[in-house]
Design a protein around this ligand. Sequence first.
Ligand code: GTP
Ligand code: MG
Length: 137
Amino acid sequence: TNRTFTMIKPDAVENGHIGAILEKITAAGFKIVAMKYTQLSMRDAQEFYAIHKERPFFGELVDFMTRGPIVSAILEKENAVEDFRALIGATNPAEAAEGTIRKMFATDIAENAIHGSDSDENAAVEGAFHFSGREIY
Ligand code: GTP
Ligand code: MG
């Protein structure tokens, strides 16, 4: 068993998809071990996405991720990182497989509904960025 980190992004929250997305996550066998409803500051988003700071879309990404509330969570399952990336689908929803969360709920490559960590190492770093030890079950 291991863990991944996720955020339901501002577009999906605005569009009323929190419940449907959590339903898909739990139905796929992920156990929620931490969760909160929160809004990122500019500084939070710049730090969280620091790996993308040289990309042309960095400013847009930070504006998007801070424009409204998100749901952040730590999820537990065997093979969590890889299985969760499969559940959410490709970054660009136009290329995402049928039945994936991004195919169902994302708008475009920028406003793509949900985040999933891309490695066990990043899952640990990202989880610790959002949650203190006593917020994790
Ligand atoms: P995350 O799970 O959010 O990390 O997405 P990802 O791993 O599938 O994609 P990546 O890490 O490459 O990009 C991070 C985020 O930047 C994406 O999820 C999008 O929200 C945003 N993004 C990626 N490409 C573009 C782009 O071309 N334009 C804009 N505006 N945003 C982009
Ligand atoms: Mg990524």
